[in-house]
Ligand binder design. Structure first.
Ligand SMILES: [Mg+2]
Length: 215
């Protein structure tokens, strides 16, 4: 049996250049906005009450969110049928294009495997034509493996505090930046700005990344 290399094994990283490891949903893509429109078309509504996904899905007029199995089903359907309609985060493509002149860029997403082809197309369409690693679970071990492939400095960008913590544990030398693209989610996102730099605006984030990666 022929073993296909995993995304992580196949991902080329320049051995001396700085490295940017970047999440997609709510970082490069306006996930909540796109997912909200998708579930509206299926007769549900998204209420931005907390930093959660399935607990924010309601039937119109109801006060209890839908059960988690239904929420998971909508999430899976979205990645199959709806994720190509996502809007990119403002300024993200320009920021990465600028950084990529001197740094490697790797996209590290926890999108489900069945959404791979749609995700690849979406990334290309919106100017994010960089190596894609589909991850599952905590991202720290993957960030550690990628950052070990270069002698240069590395930075990791994600919206989720547990992922930033995972990278802090597994790869403490990697710079950590939290970005939340959706303005409604920003005040709700758990954060720890002492441990992980919080910047929600791509041009400002790009400047901070430049300082970190090209001192
Ligand atoms: Mg995300």
């Amino acid at each position: 049996m022929e073993l296909r290399p995993t995304d992580l094994q196949a991902c080329a990283v320049h051995p001396t250049a700085p490295l940017v490891i970047v999440d997609v949903d709510e970082v490069l893509a306006q996930f909540m906005r796109g997912f909200g429109l998708f579930i509206e078309r299926h007769g549900f509504e998204l209420r931005i009450d907390r930093y959660a996904l399935f607990q924010n899905i309601y039937r119109p007029g109801e006060t209890e969110h839908v059960d988690l199995i239904l929420g998971r089903g909508l999430f899976d359907d979205f990645f199959r049928d709806g994720a190509e309609d996502l809007l990119p985060s403002i300024g993200a493509a320009d920021a990465l294009a600028g950084l990529s002149r001197r740094a490697s860029v790797v996209i590290l997403t926890n999108a489900p495997e069945h959404g791979r082809q749609a995700r690849v197309r979406w990334l290309k369409t919106h100017g994010f034509d960089y190596p894609l690693v589909i991850n599952s679970g905590p991202k720290g071990p993957s960030a550690a493996e990628l950052s070990a492939r270069t002698r240069g400095p590395a930075a990791f960008i994600d919206d989720l505090l547990p992922q930033l913590e995972s990278v802090a544990q597994a790869a403490p030398a990697v710079g950590r930046f939290q970005m939340v693209a959706d303005e409604r989610l920003r005040p709700l996102a758990p954060c720890d700005p002492i441990r992980h730099t919080r910047i929600d605006d791509w041009p400002a984030l790009a400047a901070a990344l430049e300082t970190r990666l090209f001192p």
